[in-house]
Design a protein. Structure first.
Length: 150
């Protein structure tokens, strides 16, 4: 049975590492040029400030998905808190209702703590787009990427 919860970095860090690798392998651009190398110190600082919010999906204790939000005051609208996702991933074998439940749980949490706007950025994926529109989210922008490094 899959459970959804809000966890802190210390509780989930070791469990999340293999999923981050799988996530990176499945979707990252320029993998031959940009290697996955999370800044755990920065994540820990955000966690200590209460800005980092990690929502997890676990199947009998085993991590099968995560949704990480950065929640802070908006630089453009200082009277409001915005929640923007850092990463969102559910293992392929655990998809289906799990993604919906994970997002809905985080949405309810954000509503309870007074977040005004929640944004989720992901790779283009038609079933996910249908899910987001069905949950009342609006498609608001496109992101373009070009590798400029060595």
């Amino acid at each position: 049975m899959i459970t959804i919860q809000h966890e802190n970095l210390a509780n989930v860090k070791e469990d999340i590492k293999p999923l981050l690798e799988e996530h990176w392998r499945l979707v990252a651009l320029n993998q031959g040029k940009i290697k996955l190398n999370p800044d755990w110190n920065q994540y820990a600082k955000l966690d200590a400030l209460g800005i980092l919010n990690i929502f997890t999906a676990r199947d009998e204790g085993k991590l099968v998905g995560y949704f990480v939000l950065i929640i802070n005051k908006s630089l453009h609208y200082q009277d409001h808190y915005f929640a923007s996702n850092d990463v969102l991933f559910v293992l392929p074998d655990s998809r289906g209702a799990t993604g919906y439940k994970l997002i809905k749980y985080a949405e309810n949490y954000c509503r309870e703590v007074g977040v005004s706007l929640m944004t989720i950025n992901t790779k283009v994926h038609i079933p996910f787009d249908k899910l987001m529109v069905g949950m009342g989210f609006d498609l608001i922008e496109r992101v373009y990427s070009k590798f400029l490094g060595k």
